[in-house]
Design a protein around this ligand. Structure first.
Ligand SMILES: NC(=O)c1ccc[n+]([C@@H]2O[C@H](COP(=O)([O-])OP(=O)(O)OC[C@H]3O[C@@H](n4cnc5c(N)ncnc54)[C@H](O)[C@@H]3O)[C@@H](O)[C@H]2O)c1
Length: 473
């Protein structure tokens, strides 16, 4: 077990002197020893759980951000898939890895864990104050979070946090325990850490566009990642097949809807500074051919806030159609671009009327009142800097409640489309149908919660027929 040290305040952090400094309570003036795991000679340990694309990227972001905060090193890795773990390790610590990343990786074979219980072993290598990184599909967040809380370690977890109501309730309850232990928890809705959007938020709250009446968000793209899947060719177990294609299966990810659209929905709710109370939606499946996933190909959701204002979210996964990945807000005195194309850079802007110029670079835009004029630092690194600084300074940092509300509101829009019903926030939260109630008991030999029929097809949404659940397993 590692040494326990006292953290510095924000202004004079010195990695070597970290043991000597104490945090002073604003109330009493008494020095309170705050424990974080590491100093410059023995950095904060990271345990990566879910070693795919995002997990590998998150480790690199953490190491890069640590240059301006507390030092970190990757200390343990866990995955259910041996190849994924090895590939991730090779890209972070192999011959072609960036030297500054490689230097911060120390994961010998004995700290590489394969299997559904690997997360527990990886977390057990951490000390209080170290960080567990959850970048598996969201089906396992509550399983992994429970263990991290028991162990008393900080967490970075990717979005979405949950695919359904019951797991959201469970995560809310777990998070109360995390708050009691004052664990620092970052959630991978990185756009919330974007400085340019942050400035737009302040201006909107200060009345720059008046009251927001309507927002629009678009994630219209071709079929990306594993949102469309053909039948299991039979050369791997059903569970491993579904995990590898997790965007296709609602129990694992909330489907393409939750996994992709959550960012735009979340940034709009941020600007509105509120969460919608209900949703109605439509959607359809087209050109299915041999594809057997549970997703619809088009979604159009109308979210309603308690003041009656609306957020319209359009999502599509079809090639050859108009593509757009952006969010807009319309207010009583003007309008705003929240994001222009993809996550970053966002190029937020404010216009006097309702007419928005979509090409952010275009000079002499009529009605342009404000735009972010500086470079936009990478929000994937900023979210890590903010987490590491909070650990260093012992400042409150728990993004789970916000991440859960965002995940739930996203599921609410998806369920409205999948059932053809109006779904309220409370209904979604209190839903009985849980997609993966036994996700904490899976082994490499288990069956997943849904299985294909004799034709290799899975249960799909049936709007108007199945009204209280999104599919019948
Ligand atoms: N914030 C963002 O912009 C962003 C971008 C991409 C992905 N993500 C999120 O990150 C998560 C992972 O996405 P990805 O693109 O890296 O997928 P991926 O398939 O590349 O990686 C997921 C990894 O998790 C592993 N895994 C699955 N179940 C596991 C378990 N129970 N225990 C341990 N490992 C397990 C898989 O084998 C795989 O290696 C998703 O929730 C996704 O939404 C976020």
């Amino acid at each position: 077990m590692g040494k326990k040290h006292v953290s510095s305040g924000p202004d004079n952090f010195n990695r070597r002197d970290v043991n000597k400094i104490a945090v002073t309570s604003a109330l009493s003036g008494i020095s309170i020893p705050y424990v974080h795991a590491a100093d410059g000679n023995d950095p904060t340990r990271l345990a990566l759980i879910g070693c795919g694309g995002r997990g590998t990227g998150a480790v690199a972001n953490a190491i890069t951000a640590s240059k301006n905060s507390i030092p970190v090193k990757l200390y343990a890795m866990a995955d259910v898939d041996t190849d994924r773990l090895y590939q991730s390790h090779a890209s972070l610590a192999g011959q072609r890895a960036r030297p500054e990343i490689k230097e911060a990786c120390d994961v010998p074979k004995e700290r590489q864990y394969i299997g559904f219980n690997g997360y527990a072993k990886a977390i057990d290598t951490l000390r209080a104050g170290d960080i567990a990184i959850f970048t598996s599909p969201c089906a396992f967040r509550w399983v992994h979070y429970k263990k991290a809380i028991e162990k008393g370690v900080n967490v970075f977890m990717e979005k979405p946090l949950t695919p359904d109501g019951p797991s959201t309730r469970r995560m809310f309850a777990l998070n109360e325990e995390a708050k009691k232990k004052d664990l620092k928890v970052g959630v991978g809705l990185m756009c919330r850490h974007c400085e340019a959007r942050g400035e737009l938020f302040k201006r909107i709250q200060d009345g720059a566009i008046g009251e927001i009446n309507m927002m629009r968000a678009y994630r219209m793209q071709g079929p990306v990642a594993s949102c469309r899947t053909k039948k299991n060719p039979g050369n791997q177990s059903e569970l491993s097949f579904q995990i590898q294609n997790f965007h296709s299966f609602l129990w694992l990810s909330g489907g393409a809807f939750s996994d992709f659209f959550i960012h735009n929905i979340d940034e709009c709710c941020w600007m509105k500074n509120d969460w919608p109370v209900e949703a109605q939606a439509i959607g359809g499946r087209h050109y299915r051919g041999d594809y057997i996933d549970q997703n619809l190909d088009t979604y159009s959701v109308e979210y309603t806030f308690s003041d009656g204002s609306k957020l319209f979210m359009d999502g599509r996964n079809i090639t050859g159609c108009k593509q757009e990945f952006a969010s807009y807000a319309h207010g009583s005195k003007g309008s705003a671009v929240i994001s222009s194309a993809s996550h970053t850079p966002a190029h937020p802007r404010i216009y006097k009327g309702q007419k928005i110029e979509k090409i952010w670079r275009r000079p002499n835009q009529p009605g342009l009142v404000w735009k972010w004029n500086k470079p936009e630092p990478n929000p994937y690194e900023l979210e890590w800097k903010h987490l590491l600084d909070a650990i260093r300074d012992n400042t409150p940092h728990n993004e789970v409640e916000r991440g859960l509300k965002s995940s739930l509101v996203t599921s609410m829009g998806r369920m409205a489309a999948h059932t053809g019903q109006v779904i309220s926030y409370d209904q979604m939260l209190n839903l009985k149908h849980e997609f993966g109630p036994t996700n904490d008991r899976l082994t490499l030999k288990s069956n997943p919660p849904i299985l294909p029929d004799a034709d290799g097809k899975y249960p799909i949404p049936q709007p108007g027929i199945l009204r209280d659940r999104e599919y019948q397993a």
